[in-house]
Design a binder for this molecule. Structure first.
Ligand code: AMP
Length: 573
C-alpha cells in the first residue's frame, strides 16, 4: 500500500490540489495517508477512523479525482447517519472541489422538502450525500439514478447500524452498480460492520489508524466519583469554576439533552441541547449559536454529536458514561483538536468505577480522580468572585449616576447605605445564591450513597429501584398510599413541619418518579428537599406535601415548573 507524506506527491488533478491548498491542509492526516492511495488505485476500502481524523478528505479527494464534471448524474454517493454529518460532508467535498468547473453537490436528508432535492438530482449533481431513509426514497421514486455511479461510501457505518438503518443501507448498497468502487468508514468495527463489509466490499484494503495515534496526549482525563453531591450540582460547580471555551456534555437519551440543558439554562449557563428529534432549522440554529459563542455548553447524545464539527471544544464531560470504551475514545476526541489541549471529565457512579481501567487501556492514557468543589468551597468561590466583580466595577466603570441614585434612595427612604448595598447584593444573587447549601453528609462509607432527595432529578440512569426515592415508590404498601399509587415515604423530612397537600397533573403515565417531583420542586422552588413531605404517584396525577403557608411567589414558580416535560399544574387540595 502506498503511503505518502505530502499531497503534491499524489496524482491529484490540479483543481483539487488548489482546493486543498485553499482549505489550508498542508499535509495528509494518517487516515488520508493510508486510504487515498488504495482508493486512487481503484480498490475497495474498509476504513477504521472517526470524525476528526480527516476521513472525509480520505475518501473525498480520490472520489473527486475520479469524477468527470462534463458528465451529469451521480458519480459519488455518500451515505451518512445524520443530517448534520451529511451537510458537513457535502460542504467539505464542495470546498475540496471548489475549483472543479461544473461540479454540483446535492445533499438529501429527511425532514426537508423533496422539491429542491429532486431539482438538484435531476440537474445532474455528480456528488450525492444523504441520509439512508431519504436516499432510499429517492432511489424508489426514480429521482436518484445510480447507473453512472463510480464510488459509494458508507460513512459512520457503525452509527447507522446503531440508529437502525441496517435494512436501508443494504437496500442502497444493493442498488449500487456492481462495478462501482465501495468504501466503508466506521469509528468502531463490531462484528455487524465486518459482516456488511464482507457482503458489499470486494477484496477490500483495511486501513486503520492506531489507537495511539488516535489518542491525543494533549487531552487530560479526569474522573469524579458520584457520591453525595448530585451529578447536576457537580456539573454546575465544574462549569462555574472552570475556564472553558466550549463544553460538550454527553448524556444518554434525547430527553436528557432537553432536561439537562433547560436546567443549566435556569442556572444561568449558556446551554443548549442537541438531539435527533429537533428539526433541521433548530439544529442549524444551535450550531450557529455555538459558532457565534452564544451557546457555550452543548448537551448532546453520542449520535448527534458525532455528526458535529465544532471547533474549540475545550471540555468534554461524560455526564453519563457511554455504552462501550470505544465510544469513550470517540467522545473525548472531540476536544484537544488542532494541537490545542483539552480536558475530559467523566462522572462515574461507584459501581461504574471499574470501567475507568478499560477506558485507560483503550486510550493508552491515565485517568486521575478529581473532586468537585464542596458547598463551602463554592460559597468561598462565589464570595470572592462577587467581591472581585464589584471591585472591578468600582475601578473601571463610571458609577456617578448610580451613586447619585443610591444617595437619593438612602435620603428619601431614610435607609442606611449599607442596608441598600446589602439589599442590592441580596437581589443580585437570587439565581445563584452566594451561600451554597451544605452538602449532605455521606450516609455510610461502604454503601453506595444514593442521591439525596431532590438531587439528580435528571439522572434516570441510576440503578432502578435502589435509590431512596425509588425504593419508596416500590414499597408503596408501607407508605401512605391509595390503591394503584406509588408513594414516597417522607422519611428524613423535618418532623416539625406542618404540610399542605398539592395535586400535580403529572403522574406515572408521564414517566414521573418521586425523584423527578422532588427534584423539580427543590430546584424550581429553591427548597430544601427535607421540606418536601409525602409523594403519592398515580397514573395521570400525583400528590405532594409541601410546608403550610408556602409563599405565593414560590407556588407560582412551581405552577410554572415542568416535570418530565409536563406542566406541573400544581393546585392545593
Ligand atoms: P473529518 O474527520 O473529515 O470530519 O475532518 C476533521 C477536520 O479536519 C475537518 O475540519 C477538516 O477540514 C480537517 N482536515 C481534514 N484533513 C486535513 C488535513 N490534511 N490537514 C488539516 N486539516 C484537515
Amino acid at each position: 500500500m502506498s503511503e505518502f507524506t505530502t499531497f503534491s506527491a499524489l496524482e491529484l488533478p490540479e483543481a483539487i490540489l488548489r482546493g486543498i491548498t485553499e482549505l489550508g491542509y498542508d499535509k495528509p492526516t494518517p487516515i488520508q495517508q493510508r486510504a487515498i492511495g488504495p482508493l486512487l488505485a481503484g480498490r475497495d476500502v474498509l476504513g477504521e477512523a472517526q470524525t476528526g481524523t480527516g476521513k472525509t478528505a480520505a475518501f473525498g479527494l480520490p472520489a473527486l479525482a475520479n469524477i468527470d464534471t462534463t458528465v451529469r448524474g451521480a458519480q459519488l454517493l455518500v451515505v451518512a447517519p445524520t443530517r448534520e454529518l451529511a451537510i458537513q460532508v457535502a460542504e467539505s467535498i464542495e470546498q475540496m472541489g471548489k475549483f472543479m468547473r461544473g461540479l454540483t453537490v446535492a445533499t438529501v436528508y429527511g425532514g426537508a422538502a423533496y422539491g429542491p432535492q429532486i431539482k438538484l438530482l435531476k440537474g445532474g449533481a455528480q456528488v450525492v450525500v444523504g441520509t439512508p431513509g431519504r436516499l432510499m426514497d429517492h432511489i424508489n421514486k426514480g429521482t436518484l439514478d445510480l447507473s453512472k455511479l463510480k464510488m459509494s461510501v458508507l460513512d459512520e457505518a457503525d452509527e447507522m447500524l446503531n440508529m437502525g438503518f441496517v435494512e436501508d443501507i443494504e437496500f442502497i448498497m444493493e442498488s449500487v452498480p456492481k462495478d462501482a468502487q465501495r468504501a466503508l468508514f466506521s469509528a468502531t468495527m463490531p462484528q455487524q460492520i465486518r459482516k456488511i463489509a464482507q457482503k458489499f466490499l470486494t477484496d477490500s484494503v483495511h486501513v486503520a489508524i492506531e489507537k495511539t495515534q488516535e489518542h491525543k496526549a494533549n487531552i487530560t482525563q479526569k474522573a469524579w466519583k458520584v457520591t453525595v453531591i448530585s451529578k447536576n450540582s457537580a456539573l454546575e460547580r465544574i462549569l462555574e469554576t472552570t475556564d472553558y471555551n466550549l463544553a460538550l456534555i454527553f448524556v444518554r437519551t434525547r430527553q436528557d439533552t432537553i432536561t439537562l440543558s433547560d436546567h443549566l439554562q435556569s442556572k444561568g449557563f449558556k446551554a443548549a441541547g442537541l438531539n435527533g428529534d429537533m428539526n433541521q432549522a433548530q439544529r442549524e440554529a444551535t450550531v450557529s449559536q455555538l459558532k457565534a459563542g452564544t451557546v457555550r455548553v452543548l448537551v448532546a447524545t453520542d449520535v448527534v454529536a458525532r455528526g458535529l464539527d465544532v471547533p474549540g471544544v475545550s471540555h468534554v464531560i461524560n455526564y453519563d458514561l457511554p455504552n462501550d470504551p470505544e465510544s469513550y475514545v470517540h467522545r473525548i476526541g472531540r476536544t484537544g483538536r488542532a494541537g490545542r489541549s483539552g480536558e475530559a471529565i467523566l462522572f462515574a457512579r461507584p459501581r461504574e468505577m471499574h470501567l475507568l481501567r478499560r477506558y485507560e487501556r483503550e486510550t493508552k492514557g491515565t485517568i486521575e480522580m478529581m473532586e468537585v468543589p464542596t458547598a463551602r468551597e463554592m460559597t468561598a468561590y462565589r464570595l470572592e468572585a462577587c467581591q472581585k466583580r464589584l471591585a472591578d466595577l468600582v475601578a473601571n466603570q463610571d458609577l456617578s449616576t448610580m451613586r447619585e441614585l443610591v444617595e437619593q434612595m438612602a435620603n428619601e427612604g431614610a435607609v442606611d447605605m449599607k442596608d441598600l448595598a446589602a439589599a442590592l447584593l441580596f437581589e443580585q444573587q437570587q439565581t445563584r445564591p452566594l451561600f451554597v447549601k451544605d452538602d449532605p453528609k455521606p450516609r455510610r462509607e461502604a454503601r453506595e450513597v444514593r442521591e439525596p432527595r431532590g438531587g439528580d432529578r435528571f439522572d434516570r440512569n441510576a440503578r432502578p429501584g435502589k435509590g431512596r426515592n425509588e425504593r419508596g415508590a416500590e414499597r408503596g404498601s408501607k407508605g401512605p398510599r391509595a390503591a394503584g399509587a406509588a408513594a414516597r415515604p417522607a422519611k428524613g423530612r423535618d418532623a416539625n413541619i406542618e404540610f399542605d397537600t398539592y395535586r400535580l397533573s403529572v403522574g406515572k403515565d408521564h414517566g414521573a418518579r418521586p425523584g423527578d417531583i422532588v427534584g423539580a420542586i427543590a430546584n424550581e422552588g429553591n427548597m430544601d428537599s427535607r421540606m418536601i413531605g409525602n409523594i403519592k404517584l398515580h397514573g395521570e396525577h400525583s400528590f405532594v406535601e409541601l410546608p403550610k403557608g408556602l409563599p405565593a411567589a414560590i407556588v407560582a414558580k412551581l405552577q410554572r415548573a415542568r416535570i418530565r416535560q409536563q406542566p406541573s399544574g400544581m393546585t392545593k387540595v
